[in-house]
Design a protein. Sequence first.
Length: 131
Amino acid sequence: MTAAVTHKRILLIDDNPLTRESISMLLAASGYCVALAANGADALQRLREHRKPDLILLDLAMPVLDGHDFRLRQQQDVDLAAIPIVVVSGAEHAEEEAAALGAAGCLHKPVDHGRLLDAIRRCFEPDNAPV
């Protein structure tokens, strides 16, 4: 299977190494350029030092700087605020939390790969249809 190269960049922020590995492999095989961060603090540093992604996949429960605090800091930074996020979480009330954070969408862990790819594609559609 050969994936079409999309040139879209995605930053995956998740503290679980197995989740990062499986999702990043899926995204790379689907033609996305993927960067990884293990927590919100690592992600903020990466965002300030490297090319900005087109989308962020954000876990909520992480050590050092969780998804909520990451999102607040992201929204306060004029250079980062416009980058959309999709929450990928195992939290019971993830949809409500995602809505409160202004997320473009929300997916529950364990993540269904087909739903994840659909959610990402929708984020990149011209009308930015909700996920």
